[in-house]
Each structure stands twice: as C-alpha cells, then as structure tokens.
Design a protein around this ligand. Structure first.
Ligand code: EPU
Length: 419
C-alpha cells in the first residue's frame, strides 16, 4: 500500500483544476450496458473506483477501450452473463448500479452485498423492493443476491429512503421496461439529472430527473452516444475547503458554482469570500475563520461527502461548532484519528460531533479509513507545521486522481512513497 508523506505549512498559490465526477462517471459506465452500440465517455477521472467498474464490465464480456487519458469507448454488444465478479463488486458500493442495466439486458443478475467505504450500514433494501416492483424475483443464497425477470414491467415506486444510487439504478432499469414507470421521493443530486440527459440523448424517455418525481416511458432499445462527465462537485468543494483551512488564496477551476450553493453558504458564513467566474471560484480566506455548525443533507443540502473536510476546517475556526451527520450513522468515527492530531472534538453520538477551535494541529502517522476522511487528513496535514504520513493511499486514489501531483503544483509538500 502506498503512503503519502506531507509536510504542512507551505504557502499554496495558483489553480487547482477539478476533474470529472467520480460518481457520475461510474453511473455512465453502468448506463453503457443498456445499449449494444458504442458509447464514448470523456472527462473520466482516472481513479481506482473507475478502474474497478471497468474491470467488472470486462468480466461481463463488455469491450472497454481506453482511447486516451480520460476517454473510453464502451461496447456492450454481447453481454456474456449477468454475474458480477464478487471480489471486485465487494470493493465498491457503485457495483450495485450495474445490476439494474444488467437485469434489463440479460434478464438475470447475481451479485454480492456491495462493499465500499466503511461509513455505516449501507443496506440495499431499496434495490430489492425496487426490483420486485418491476416484477423481478429475488432471493439470497450464500451471500449472493440473485434477481431474475423475463420481462420488466413499468411501475410506480416510492423510495422509503432517499438514495442516490437507488434512484439512478431504478431509473436505468425503467428505461428498457415495458410501459411507464414513476419514481417518487427520488434523490435530486445533479448526478441523477446528468445521467438522465445522457440516457435521453441515447433515446430514453425520462422526465423530471433532478426533482423528487421522475417519469420514465420505456423504450425497446437505446442507441449509442457520447457523454463528457460533469465536473466533480465534491472534489471542487474539497479544494475550496482546503484553501480556506490552510488560509491560502487558491483558484478552483472547471467547477460548476451552481452545484456548490450549500458549501459556499457555509464557507461565506465562516468569513470566506470568493471571486466567482463562470466556471471557477477564487477563495479569499479571512484572517480569522468563524465557527459555523453544519448539518449534512441530501442535495441541495450540505453533502455528507464533505463532512470530513469541513470538520477539519472547523478545527481552524474560532469558536464552537457542531456537525450533524444525518445521512450515515458511521461516518464520524474517523475523527478519533483527528483528535490524535490535536483537534478538540467530542463525539456525542454516532451522528453528532462538537468541535472547539481554533487548534494547532500536529503532524502524525494516520490510517486513511475511506476516500473522504483520507482527503480530510491530507487537508489536516497541510494545516500543521510538522510532517504527517497517511497510510493506505489507495483509499484516496479511489476518488481523487494523482492528488499528490496536483497539490504539489500549487506548492504543497507531499510525496507518494510506494511500499
Ligand atoms: N440506504 C438504505 N437502503 C438502501 C440504500 C441506501 O437505507 O437500499 C441508506 C444508506 O444507508 C444511507 C442513505 O440511504 O444512510 C443514503 O445513501 P445513498 O443510497 O444515497 O448513498 P449511495 O447512493 O450508496 C452515493 C455516493 C456516496 C455518497 C452518497 C450520499 C456513489 C457511488 N456513492 O452513495 O459517495 O456519500 O450517495 O450522497 O454515488 C463517496 O463518493 O465517497 C461516497 C461515499
């Protein structure tokens, strides 16, 4: 496992460019399964989770070619079977989004309980109920789920829990189902709307994506198409927070400011100012940050994926703040390690954390538990005056492409040690 060695305290300056969205790219690869014709995907971030999805597609007989950095051709002309490779599928949660399109194309899928970040229970009951609503049969044996349907019939389905991958997966399942599907209480993340636009460009009939109710009129087949992955709003938010936490004026380029309203709102309340252009934001940090409490919510609320970075930011702000993590029940435990760096944090229960700031953080040897907490540790390490070692760089590589090179380019002292 690679390790990052970071020496904090450098002045950072310049521009950080935002890559394509990891989570949107993963769903675009899944969508390519819905058509037998070629699909071309560009602005794909070269991150480990994308590599895992590609591995899984290839094991299904799908031809995936890397045309150049960030551009892929995917041809799912013949799908050999609907069995997801259990070893890879267990490693990333997004493996489950393959199951809807696969079911629609092959009539039968099997998959293990999907893995991913250790951030909470992450059940799949929404998917099970959804597939049943389309008329599929489902059973579990020896840790594998088996879903089968000769025909998928359009349905009306209410999401008891708002789920991003659930919404995307059932939306994709409905595209080739017979008749009309109405999905209610859907996730409204921009990722969902993007996916619907791509599918519609390939001939799907989806309306309402990005709102709580999505209507899908089933079609017999989709054509091929091309899609350039939208900028990653989580990566953009991470970079904005990094600039604010380290007190540096940095420009975050190739982002969509309209996707970052909740993040900009919190940062502004903390005293950060921005110079905004169409696709870029320059962070103008204040002399002193003011503590502001944050509650994670579904979009357009404050994203759970930025909870860890913003917590590091709170340690640098003056006063007491609370973080209320409402999406996951296991996503605050990483702060135990942050405490070892000197943070004054107190966990009230699995959902609520108190932070007292500002604190001078100390360099440490830290384990990276998941993508976002790993990135938060990088920010924390950059805030210190010492040296930190972040083990298990793979976790960060899952979601952030060549992060050390990009941070080095703005003046950070960070290097990768290959073990
Ligand atoms: N949930 C259920 N049952 C289900 C599905 C979800 O109870 O069948 C619960 C989850 O346990 C969680 C809540 O619903 O408490 C919301 O989870 P959601 O399904 O929306 O999460 P997800 O779709 O699995 C995606 C992102 C996550 C991001 C969440 C929330 C992908 C591949 N992953 O996960 O991203 O945290 O939405 O925005 O799109 C990351 O990129 O680091 C990451 C974890």
């Amino acid at each position: 496992m690679d390790t990052f060695v970071i020496r904090g305290g450098n002045r950072l300056h310049g521009t950080l460019t935002v890559n394509g969205s990891k989570n949107a790219a993963l769903k675009a690869f899944a969508a390519a399964l819905l058509t037998s014709q070629p699909v071309r995907l560009s602005n794909v971030p070269e991150v480990e989770d994308v590599a895992r999805i590609i591995e899984m597609l290839r094991k299904l007989g799908v031809v995936v070619r890397r045309l150049r950095q960030g551009t892929y051709s995917v041809i799912a002309r013949h799908i050999e079977h609907g069995n997801l490779d259990p070893d890879t599928a267990k490693r990333i949660r997004a493996s489950i989004v393959l199951t809807g399109p696969l079911l629609a194309r092959t009539g039968a899928v099997s998959f293990p309980y999907p893995g991913g970040c250790v951030i909470g229970k992450r059940p799949i009951d929404v998917f099970e109920a959804g597939y049943r609503a389309f008329g599929a049969r489902l059973h579990e044996r020896k840790g594998m789920f088996h879903v089968a349907a000769k025909r998928l019939i359009g349905t009306t389905f209410f999401f008891g829990t708002v789920s991003v991958t659930g919404t995307e997966t059932l939306m994709m399942t409905a595209v080739l189902a017979e008749g009309t599907t109405v999905l209610k209480n859907c996730a409204c993340e921009p990722d969902v709307e993007e996916l619907s636009k791509f599918l519609n460009a390939c001939g799907a009939k989806i309306s309402g994506a990005g709102s709580p109710t999505i209507t899908i009129h089933g079609v017999r087949r989709l054509s091929g198409g091309s899609y350039s992955v939208m900028p990653d709003r989580i990566e953009a938010g991470t970079f904005l927070i990094l600039a604010a936490a380290t007190g540096n004026r940095l420009t975050v380029d190739r982002c969509i400011p309209g996707h970052l309203d909740s993040v900009l709102d919190v940062l502004r309340k903390m005293g950060v100012r921005f110079r905004a252009q169409k696709n870029s934001l320059t962070v103008i940090p204040p002399k002193r940050l003011t503590a502001v409490s944050v509650k994670t919510r579904e979009y357009p609320g404050f994203p759970t994926d930025l909870q860890a970075p913003v917590c590091v930011l709170q340690t640098q702000a003056e006063g007491r703040s609370l973080i209320h993590e409402t999406i996951y029940e296991g996503r605050l435990y990483w702060t135990e390690e942050l405490k070892r760096m000197g943070a004054d944090v107190r966990l009230f229960d699995p959902h609520r954390l108190e932070i007292q700031g500002p604190t001078a953080l100390r360099g440490r040897d830290i384990e990276s538990p998941d993508i976002r907490a790993g990135m938060a540790f990088i920010i924390a390490a950059l805030c210190t005056r010492g040296t930190s070692t972040i083990n298990d760089a793979y976790q960060i590589d899952r979601g952030y492409e060549r992060i050390e090179e990009r941070l080095k380019a703005v003046g950070a002292s960070i290097r990768r040690v290959r073990n």
